[in-house]
Design a protein around this ligand. Sequence first.
Ligand SMILES: [Zn+2]
Length: 95
Amino acid sequence: MPLYQFRCAACGPFDRTFPMATVPDAAGCPTCASAARRQITGPRLAHGATAAMCLLDATKRSASEPAVVTGPRPGVVRNPTPTTANPLHRTLPRP
Ligand SMILES: [Zn+2]
């Protein structure tokens, strides 16, 4: 069932779920029980996000807002064996 947003004049917005065929233009406010008008909103497709949707959102968000870290996560052990035999690679700057 879709989620609709209503706005109480005294208490502000709240959400209610109704079947599409029976959605009213006004619903009772859960706080003061007065009639609250239904608001026109965009589709609320992300509500009740699944794990896959959360992963997709986090992946998209990392492109524009990458997480800044100062070191490896606790418990992560760096590779003790070097991946290169060139001794000059040891002089390269480290993070
Ligand atoms: Zn109210």
